[in-house]
Design a protein around this ligand. Sequence first.
Ligand code: UDP
Length: 268
Amino acid sequence: MTRRRQIYEGKAKILYEGPEPGTIIQYFKDDATAFNAEKKGTINGKGVINNRISEHVFTRLAQIGIPTHFIRRLNMREQLVRQVEIIPIEVVVRNVAAGSICKRLGLEEGVQLPHTLIEYYFKDDALGDPLVSEEHIACFNWASPEEMQDMASMAIRINDFMAGMFAGIDIRLVDFKLEFGRIFDGDYSRVILADEISPDGCRLWDIKSGEKLDKDRFRRDLGGEEEAYQEVARRLGLLNGEDNGPGEVLDMDAHRGRMRGKSPKPTK
Ligand code: UDP
């Protein structure tokens, strides 16, 4: 068993050095945080499901020509990705008013926005990830104008694709957060999609009932978060033998059996 070097531990993931230069292993934890980590907890099996959902979404996005850091899933909780220099901006795409925009602008939750909005937040935990404008990003050189253009056009394409994908399984894509990174080739760099796409960073509502199928169940103490994440995976065809994409399906019952009495740990 080789010991891998841990590069970084975040709120929901641990990053390890990958097997080849320029690669990283993303390990998905069950830990959940909200309100800038003031609220902490765990959602059983979340890491396993997010690893699989994110693999599915990134693979589908690659098929429509979005460049991503995803290489392949390694096991239940880990995926191999390209090492990038993370751009310190969270790109939030909103179709429907929910969360912080309701508080900030006094909007009623659930109101369809007149058109899709893109917002930028500066990634800084100590500052609570403040909302910033393109002017701030240019002024402090967090991203170049070309990088901003690439991120915005990818965000719109990703939104169009994901809104359709989720509508097909009776889920309303309310909003979501993206992170991008730079990869270097000599003096030249380009921007690719990084991090993860999962119910941790999206608002997903059942189209008919309006039921929340995302991290708001945890943020707002609604309960049933484990089932909600599983429901998203199930509808995407990723649970128990209903696969409709590449890679293997998840058998959460078998996973629970294996995990009983054990706390999940990084493997290998
Ligand atoms: N989001 C995220 N990480 C963050 C902040 C927001 O993944 O640090 C996601 C969140 O899950 C939601 C969207 O971005 O899908 C918009 O979040 P919002 O600004 O409404 O903030 P919140 O109400 O979640 O604090």
